[in-house]
Ligand binder design. Structure first.
Ligand SMILES: [Zn+2]
Length: 148
């Protein structure tokens, strides 16, 4: 199966893992890298899995939802208190789990739906890898046929 990858570098957003027993429970930021893997049923007329020039909808989604946001996990008991104190200071985004792994899994769902919609289901997302820094990354790839 042919596949290709596009990576969005240095997307700044914060997160906090409220259940963590260490420093990850403090709000802190990273410049995240997000790498999206694509696969397709058949190549397009140019021989592309996806046309990299026609993926602006992914960048727009990232800019609208993650750029300069604070990502919280569902059930974080402090969200209302924090945001309520000064709502204008926050751009929040809530996911099931805001770990690197949870963000990768969440983005897979969002991006896969967008790619299928924008390609009439000719192409789809096969994996999402998220780096929170140069050392630490998580991969969500539900199919076993993706490269590691
Ligand atoms: Zn972190």
């Amino acid at each position: 199966m042919l596949s290709c990858t596009k990576t969005y570098f240095d997307v700044p957003f914060a997160h906090r893992q409220h259940l963590h027993d260490g420093r990850c429970s403090f709000i802190h930021g990273h410049n995240w890298d997000i790498s999206v893997g694509f696969s397709c049923s058949e190549l397009d007329e140019n021989g592309f899995v996806v046309d990299f020039g026609k993926l602006k909808f992914l960048k727009e989604w990232i800019d609208a939802n993650l750029d300069h946001a604070c990502v919280f996990s569902e059930g974080d008991p402090l969200v209302e208190k924090l945001v309520g104190a000064a709502p204008e200071a926050w751009k929040i985004y809530i996911v099931e789990q805001c770990s690197c792994e949870g963000i990768a899994r969440h983005l897979y769902g969002v991006f896969d739906a967008l790619v299928r919609k924008n390609t009439n289901s000719r192409a789809w997302v096969s994996s999402v890898r998220v780096w929170e820094d140069k050392k630490n990354a998580a991969l969500y790839a539900p199919s076993q046929s993706v490269e590691s």
